[in-house]
Design a protein around this ligand. Structure first.
Ligand SMILES: *Cc1c(COP(=O)(O)O)cnc(C)c1O
Length: 231
């Protein structure tokens, strides 16, 4: 028999807490983003009743419908997929945080749309630590400059960094990538950029979130372990 979503979610929350305590961190400093992309609204509802309060989506069209259907839920929505500038208008209306800002062009589009609705849009800058060509994200060497440029925008507020390491069967192999993101965040703090906060590190998915917690993750993005395999 299938394990209910509520049970899988509780197991993940338990593993996050156990790992946090094991590496001397406060479990309250690590937030779960339940990644519900491709999954029906009903699954989100089940996870929400079991205690999930942040959901991650990758596609604007899909998220629009789901968020509308679930208007009565008291949850936050984070955008974690690749975002095109021409979708900025929808993104600022739908999402509390956008994890995937990787260009000044996109940041400017978000700034313009956020201004129209009197919002300050919380964002993370996605860094392509591994340099894989198939991955989105700003190159590590260009990150500080991009942060400086975005910090000049009035309606976008950077809250931290996000990364996606290559896929490994062994989660320990992802460790150096997570560590590099943390080091980059420290460099950004040392650069003393105005209007910049580096409180969030969004890193770790189903296969490697415990390793990411060891390296300082504050937002772990977990889909498969909660909702099952995607079609
Ligand atoms: C799909 C996705 C996840 C969740 O991955 P799982 O392996 O299913 O936990 C996390 N982050 C991003 C950016 C994703 O696209």
């Amino acid at each position: 028999m299938e394990i209910p979503i509520a049970d899988r979610l509780k197991e993940i929350l338990r593993r996050i807490e156990t790992k946090a305590l094991a590496c001397g961190r406060n479990p309250a400093d690590i937030k779960l983003v339940a990644v519900s992309k491709t999954k029906p609204a009903e699954d989100v509802r089940q996870a929400a009743s079991a205690g999930a309060d942040i959901f991650g989506e990758n596609y604007i069209q899909e998220a629009r419908k789901k968020i509308e259907t679930l208007w009565d839920l008291d949850v936050k929505w984070h955008f974690i997929g690749h975002l095109q500038s021409n979708k900025a208008k929808y993104a600022v209306r739908l999402f509390d945080m956008i994890h995937s800002v990787d260009s000044l062009k996109l940041a400017k589009a978000l700034d313009k749309e956020a201004a129209k609705i009197n919002k300050i849009q919380a964002v993370l800058v996605q860094v392509n630590i591994s340099g894989e060509e198939t991955k989105s994200g700003v190159h590590p060497e260009d990150t500080i400059e991009l942060l400086q440029q975005i910090s000049c925008l009035e309606h976008v507020q950077v809250k931290g960094l996000m990364t996606m390491p290559p896929f490994f069967d062994d989660p320990l192999k992802a460790k150096p990538f997570f560590r590099q993101l943390r080091q980059l965040a420290r460099k950004a703090i040392e650069a003393e950029i105005a209007n910049l906060s580096m409180e969030e590190l969004s890193m770790g998915m189903t296969g490697d979130f415990e390793t990411a917690i060891e390296e300082g993750a504050t937002l772990v993005r977990i889909g498969t372990a909660i909702f099952g395999k995607r079609g």
